[in-house]
Ligand binder design. Structure first.
Ligand code: ADP
Ligand code: MG
Length: 369
């Protein structure tokens, strides 16, 4: 990575560029001492460059700051390292979640650090990103199903034929082939759900009915070990929804909650509320008001930090037998309803929030794309 591209941005001087970066950017030397910092760092830390220059970064961020790990990783491996969702607190300022990038600048171990605070814009961005992730999966699903099913049938058929000529001991192996083939088959079935391009059946829907059904099914099955609490706003207006899809949304959220909570003392909460003022705007769409909020909470250990940013993407799972498809299905179905799903999580308290529009009588079909 040498700067062969003509890095002259018109007449802008390096100083002007450096000053224009709206979030903290700084350079440290090989010993983690601060060489320079941009004006945004000065205001973020309420510390002047003069006070920072030459001092160890750890003095401002704390010796055990995760930012230092990122910097050292970048230096050790000579590559850019990015870490998302890092808590950064400067001196006595309150900490805030940041995405941290560290890039080696030269052979002397100097590192450029960029710290991008995670604000609302980023959260929205992520939600919109999931929509397209889910859409691309939709297209892939039909192809996958077709491409995998046929050879899979071949494999398991061949194993069956083999089995006939084998000794007892070796049959175990053909059995294994068939069992694993069956497992792949099931996975393909689940992936195929994404390929279901049937548009959401929008009808006026009392979300509490759907939540009731979800909760009862959960309690009778996978969530029998958990204690449920419900806090419903009885005046909630109907949403424009597809009952089957929304049932799947809440089933998936409740299933994850049930899998997260402890066997003893596990608690799952379901709450609804009306919150006017939340609007989703997307390029090319009218901005949409999403005042209906359903929150599913649990008291499990929280979402593992290394995957929290990606949980809505397909195939991201921390579970031994997880498919990583639950939340990506949730995100697709909620997006099809014109809504968004958000999540915040810390140990002992994880919340998934589904925001949906209100039924408006006539439903203009959401332009697809
Ligand atoms: N309520 C929760 N508490 C903790 N982690 C969760 C919760 N919900 C989701 N996750 C994390 O998100 C991952 C993805 O979830 P999901 O898409 O449903 O796939 P799967 O359940 O098959 O792993 C899970 O593996 C888990 O790590
Ligand atoms: Mg799941």
């Amino acid at each position: 990575m040498d700067g062969e591209s003509g890095m002259e941005a018109g007449a802008a001087s390096f100083e002007a560029l450096w000053g224009a970066i709206p979030y903290p950017a700084l350079v440290v030397n090989g010993g983690d001492g601060i060489v320079t910092a941009n004006p945004a760092t000065e205001s973020f830390g309420a510390t002047s460059l003069r006070q920072m220059a030459g001092r160890p970064l750890g003095r401002f961020l704390g010796q055990d700051s995760a930012v230092l790990d990122v910097v050292r990783q970048a230096r050790r491996n000579g590559v850019s390292v990015a870490q998302y969702n890092v808590m950064v607190g400067w001196a006595d300022q309150p900490s805030q979640l940041h995405n941290v990038h560290a890039t080696p600048l030269n052979e002397d171990g100097e590192i450029l650090i960029l710290m991008h605070p995670q604000g609302m814009a980023d959260k929205m961005d992520r939600t919109l990103g999931h929509r397209s992730a889910a859409r691309s999966v939709t297209g892939m699903a039909a192809m996958l199903a077709h491409e995998i099913r046929n050879p899979l049938a071949g494999i398991s058929g061949a194993a069956q034929l083999l089995e006939m000529g084998l000794e007892e001991g070796d049959r175990e192996l053909t059995g294994l082939i068939q069992a694993e083939a069956a497992r792949i088959g099931k996975l393909v079935d689940r992936v195929e759900q994404f390929g279901d391009l049937r548009p959401a059946q929008r009808q006026p829907l009392n979300i509490h009915d759907v939540l009731d059904r979800s909760r009862r099914a959960a309690q009778a099955g996978f969530a029998s070990h958990a204690r449920f609490t419900e806090e419903f706003d009885p005046s909630l207006p109907p949403t424009a929804g597809d009952p089957d899809q929304l049932l799947q949304v809440f089933q998936n959220l409740l299933k994850n909650a049930a899998e997260a909570v402890p066997r003893v003392g596990g608690a799952i909460s379901i709450a609804t509320a009306y919150q006017p003022g939340v609007k989703l705007s997307r390029p090319g769409h009218k901005s949409e008001s999403l005042p209906l909020v359903v929150t599913i909470g649990d008291n499990g250990p929280g979402i593992p930090e290394n995957i929290i940013r990606d949980i809505f993407d397909p195939f991201v799972s921390s579970k031994v037998n997880g498919t990583g498809l639950g939340l990506s299905l949730v995100s697709k179905f909620v997006a099809d309803h014109g809504g968004v799903v958000e999540c915040d999580s810390r140990p002992g308290r994880t919340r998934f929030r589904v925001r949906l529009p209100v039924w408006r009588g006539d439903v203009a079909e959401e332009p697809r794309g």
